[in-house]
Design a protein around this ligand. Structure first.
Ligand SMILES: Cc1cc2nc3c(=O)[nH]c(=O)nc-3n(C[C@H](O)[C@H](O)[C@H](O)COP(=O)(O)OP(=O)(O)OC[C@H]3O[C@@H](n4cnc5c(N)ncnc54)[C@H](O)[C@@H]3O)c2cc1C
Length: 410
């Protein structure tokens, strides 16, 4: 059997490893757009902060047998002939195809695109550019356009380096995509304590090069200065090459419960997909490393010929920002159903419960065992008798009499 995998990151590599173990005779080719060996994208902020002592620690272990071809961005998929074509005019035929092309940063303001001082952070080359700008610029301040997860992680890394940053936020608050207003306030306080500046209700209209730094123009007319601008306004799945194919996409590729696309023998896994969410029961992106790992294992298993169903997913995030753990899951940016909140001077906890089952939470500060919260939500275990423990962040597996104590990767 000939397997072709497009994309060589969390999903692509893990699929290759799974295929190697389930079909040792199979011929596996992985096509990567990038010129460097696969690495952990989620560790890039640690490269910036120097928490990652050596650049080599970023790189991911290779599958043992699969052929990995670098610099081979796929530009065309021919469904009829079961072939893909790369930017270097090479074609590869497949019996089963996995699309694991992940996502790319979204720069909503086209005027900012293309300026050498406007960066995004997704790839190793992006991080190299940011480090280079910081080294060369006479102004040691980074302007962060947007205050989502990636830019907040960049700010946290800059705080470690004692480099100040200014968030320019169109909405009124930080991390508005994953926490509610009260959660945002707690995080913003910590950010300010760590040398960050927050400008809310504003957008960047123009970035002008001025020597080695940038003059950044805001909607109000104000001008601020920085080494560069990092745009962190979310990501979009990398699906351009599917444009002329019948593969069904919304924001990302819509897959069925076997992670097969609307075209037979073409599967998809990782950030490029949209799958059903357990809480909303709608198709959503669940752009997380452990999700990419799980989806790729299941997709590859099905490519070999098994029929393993991928369960509905739950959205979640866990991140350490400015010394505090921020842990969210399910419905987290608004209040819904039965709402329980607990606020102390340096911590904020909220859980949302529907018919005795956990459907959302926000923890800023301590939470003892995050995996239990995900397991409780994913398995819809009854928490109605455990509300005191749940709101304190103190749930543990032993509190549940459930027959399966499924451990969930966060
Ligand atoms: C700065 C940062 C911090 C993060 N922090 C966390 C975190 O704390 N926790 C967490 O769970 N997740 C985190 N993530 C998200 C996590 O990295 C992604 O969920 C994960 O990388 C998804 O893996 P993937 O294989 O689906 O896609 P990707 O990692 O995006 O890889 C896709 C690969 O496919 C390649 N590709 C794209 N198009 C083509 C094409 N046409 N042909 C060939 N190759 C192509 C791309 O170049 C890329 O190398 C973070 C991401 C970033 C950038």
């Amino acid at each position: 059997m000939k397997y072709v995998i497009v994309g060589a990151s969390a999903a692509g590599l893990n699929a290759a490893r799974t295929l190697e173990s389930l079909d040792p005779q199979g011929e596996i080719t992985i096509l990567s757009a990038e010129e460097v060996f696969p690495y952990s994208k989620m560790s890039l902020p640690y490269l910036l902060s120097n928490k990652l002592k050596k650049r080599d620690y970023l790189f991911l272990p290779h599958p043992s047998k699969a052929k990995l071809l670098l610099g081979q961005r796929v530009v065309k998929l021919d469904i009829e002939r079961k072939k893909v074509e790369t930017v270097k005019n090479k074609t590869f035929s497949y019996d089963k195809l996995l699309i694991a092309t992940g996502a790319e940063p979204y720069v909503p303001d086209m005027e900012l695109e293309g300026s050498p001082l406007v960066l995004t952070v997704r790839n190793l080359s992006d991080m190299d550019k940011l480090k280079d700008k910081l080294k060369k610029s006479d102004v040691k301040r980074v302007i962060l356009s947007g205050a989502g997860l990636v830019n907040s992680e960049i700010a946290d890394a800059l705080a470690e380096l004692k480099i100040p940053a200014t968030f320019v936020i169109r909405s009124s608050r930080m991390l508005s995509q994953i926490v509610d207003e009260e959660g945002s306030e707690f995080i913003a306080e910590r950010a300010i304590e760590n040398g960050m500046e927050l400008i809310t209700g504003e957008s960047i209209t123009k970035v002008q090069e001025k020597g080695d730094h940038a003059n950044v123009f805001l909607t109000s007319g104000k001008i601020i200065q920085g080494s560069c601008v990092v745009v962190g306004k979310g990501v979009r799945p990398s699906i351009d090459f599917l444009e002329k194919t019948p593969i069904k996409c919304d924001t990302g590729i819509l897959v069925n419960e076997y992670l097969e696309t609307s075209v037979k023998d073409v599967y998809a896994a990782g950030d490029v997909t949209e799958t059903k969410d357990l809480i909303s029961d709608e198709y959503e992106m669940h752009a997380l490393w452990p999700v990419a790992m799980e989806q790729s294992r299941i997709a590859a298993t099905n490519m070999v010929g098994y029929s393993w169903k991928y369960p509905k997913e739950v959205s979640r995030n866990i991140v350490n920002l400015f010394g505090e753990v921020v842990f969210t899951g399910g419905i987290s940016k608004e209040d819904a159903y039965d709402v329980y909140k607990e606020k102390e001077s340096r911590s904020y906890h909220k859980i949302l419960v529907r018919d005795g089952k956990l459907v959302g939470f926000v923890f800023v500060g301590d939470v003892l065992n995050p995996g239990v919260y995900l397991a409780a939500m994913k398995n819809q275990w009854d928490v109605s008798h455990l509300l005191n423990e749940a709101i304190k962040g103190a749930l543990s597996y032993s509190m549940f009499k459930a027959p399966t104590r499924e451990v969930v990767n966060i």
